[in-house]
Design a protein. Structure first.
Length: 335
């Protein structure tokens, strides 16, 4: 869903603006959360370097909840048009910053650090796989006149791209795992830019029921590992994390919009649509916990307890806030 909206001729005029906003809010969130927790951990007599782990996790945005609102309510407007490509770029920045942070923490503890090759591989290989599969899919789809056959080709090559990722993980690289979200984005963006707009719209109309089912699967998958009992045990760190991340995202999007001279609605409301956090943050948390367990198991417990509790609380609040932001921006109709 993200990739199919990245049509270069449409975003050419606002591309620099979107990149500018994404960079400011991502790096701004990372720095703000890291600084806040550095102060907190210094006062609490905990290792200050742990703060950058929280900052690295905090900059991640989970696009699925906000995009499910876009899909359900047919949201359309400047905020929506900025959010969708922003979600793709945000994920790239998130991967780079987070794994750089993990490498830094490993270095601080004397463990082996994550090499630049590994970080580059996690970014570039998913794009290469997605683009190559997308080119093949688009070529064959152009040869067919029936929308059903085009849909079958689209789904077949989407599965092939995922299979290529799995085989690459299993047989070629064992030191890291590819980002499958980036594979899907690259695949669908390539198809969207190769297929004429009306033809693509006809195929995607057939695809939408499967997209809705996919959203249900994604949301259920995100919710299953979350333990609601952690809400009761959520402490000061969780509250600080939720508030500092929200301040970073909202403030970063505001200043990013101001700097790039975005439309007023984007400046005011985009940050509120970036609050959903669970999916990517939980993946990053698992990696961070694995890294910290080898250093100090108590530090790993602090990270896992804080982030998982924050994910549960934030996901309830953030979806409501995001929907309200779309409404206030005038991009979804009242029902």
């Amino acid at each position: 869903m993200i990739g199919r909206e990245i049509i270069f001729k449409k975003i050419a005029k606002s591309g620099r603006q979107i990149i500018g906003i994404t960079f400011v809010q991502s790096i701004g969130t990372f720095l703000f959360v890291s600084i806040v927790f550095a102060i907190v951990f210094f006062i609490s007599d905990l290792p200050v370097y742990l703060s950058v782990i929280f900052g690295g996790i905090a900059l991640a945005t989970a696009p699925a909840p906000a995009l499910s609102i876009v899909n359900e309510y047919h949201a359309d407007g400047p905020v929506t048009k900025t959010l969708i490509p922003l979600a793709a770029i945000d994920d790239i920045i998130g991967v780079i910053v987070f794994f750089t942070v993990v490498s830094f923490v490993n270095g601080m503890s004397g463990s082996s650090s994550t090499s630049p090759f590994m970080i580059a591989g996690m970014i570039l290989l998913p794009f290469a796989i997605g683009i190559l599969a997308g080119i093949c899919a688009a070529f064959l789809m152009k040869q067919s006149i029936h929308n059903t056959k085009k849909l079958i080709l689209l789904l077949t090559f989407l599965c092939i791209s995922a299979l290529c990722g799995l085989l690459t993980d299993k047989y070629i690289f064992h030191s890291f795992s590819l980002n499958y979200l980036l594979i899907g984005m690259a695949f669908s963006a390539t198809v969207a830019n190769k297929i004429p707009e009306q033809e693509l719209a006809n195929v995607l109309e057939l695809y939408d029921p499967l997209l809705n089912l996919s959203f249900v699967i994604v949301i259920v998958n995100l919710g299953m590992p979350l333990d609601y009992r952690l809400i009761a045990g959520a402490g000061l760190f969780t509250a600080i994390y939720i508030l500092s991340r929200a301040a970073g995202k909202i403030g970063g999007a505001y200043w990013g919009g101001k700097i790039t001279k975005a439309e007023p609605s984007v400046t005011k409301y985009l940050g509120f649509t970036l609050l959903p956090h669970s999916g990517v943050s939980l993946v990053f948390t698992g990696i961070a916990v694995s890294t910290l367990t080898d250093i100090d198991a108590s530090l790993a417990s602090i990270v896992s307890g804080t982030i998982v509790a924050a994910a549960i609380i934030n996901e309830i609040i953030a979806v409501i806030v995001a929907k309200s932001a779309f409404k206030r921006a005038g991009e979804i109709e009242e029902r």
